[in-house]
Design a binder for this molecule. Structure first.
Ligand code: ZN
Length: 261
């Protein structure tokens, strides 16, 4: 079983279609880690594709903000993100808002996979927390029991590896540590796990990468081989930018796609 893992599409239809076209026949299931909308120009199209194709999708903070849920205040967003959220709220068809409404805002275990957990942001704070450092990851490993947790939200591809190691010189004493591994695009890695080895894995963002690489990011998780195929693909950014201009979305959001931040 191979699963296409998408996160943080952010209504960037051109990027989403580019990823889907490049992965035809390479996966059996599609999971989305949230933030289908927000920032980008094509929220309805992106929701409809995910609704039709994703076996699982979870709630992101932008999805949540568009719904106007208590617990996330659109005024906490920066002014450009807020403007995009308000625009998206007006733009979305009722049936697409209803789809976003029923997404889970708590971590989800895929059916019959008790080894895996999916959440948008973190196990500790499923919609909001950014896991950007080994320290934050370490705190989060205490908040779930599965061996692998898939997260999005930061728009930065990463693998955090928690391991228990014998402490040098101290008998029968173990210390936990977390290492940040930066996967290389196109170079599959094995996701080895054990009682001494657990992982938090982030595929990066399809629609608004923030690691100074403008290409769309995604991953294919092979559940038989337990390999993580993280990849990047170039898409015609100017098409998305033209759509954003036509929708009068903020200039800063248009420009940032050219820089990958
Ligand atoms: Zn996001």
């Amino acid at each position: 079983m191979r699963v296409l893992i998408l996160s943080d599409i952010h209504a960037n239809l051109v990027a989403l279609e580019t990823v889907l076209n490049a992965t035809v026949g390479r996966y059996d299931l599609l999971w989305c880690l949230g933030d289908v909308v927000g920032y980008g120009p094509c929220p309805n199209e992106c929701v409809e594709i995910i609704r039709d194709r994703a076996a699982l999708c979870i709630m992101g903070n932008h999805d949540w903000a568009v719904l106007g849920r208590p617990g996330i205040d659109v005024d906490d967003f920066n002014p450009h993100a807020r403007q995009a959220v308000l625009w998206t709220r007006e733009e979305l068809k009722v049936e697409n808002l209803n789809y976003l409404k029923q997404l889970s805002d708590t971590p989800v275990q895929p059916p019959q996979m008790d080894n895996l957990l999916l959440t948008h942001a973190s196990p500790r704070e499923p919609v909001l927390e950014y896991i950007l450092t080994p320290t934050t990851a370490m705190e989060n490993f205490a908040c779930f029991s599965e061996q692998i947790c898939l997260v999005g939200h930061t728009h930065k591809p990463a693998i955090y590896r928690w391991s228990l190691q014998e402490e040098a010189g101290v008998q029968a004493s173990q210390v936990a540590r977390v290492d940040l591994l930066r996967p290389q695009a196109g170079a599959p890695v094995r996701l080895d796990t054990s009682s001494h080895l657990r992982l938090i894995v982030n595929p990066g963002s399809v629609g608004q990468p923030r690691d100074n690489d403008v290409r769309a990011a995604f991953a294919i998780l092979d559940l038989n081989a337990m390999t993580w195929h993280y990849e990047r693909i170039a898409y015609p950014i100017e098409l998305t930018q033209n759509q954003m201009r036509a929708a009068n979305l903020p200039r800063r959001l248009i420009d940032r796609l050219s820089f990958g931040w």
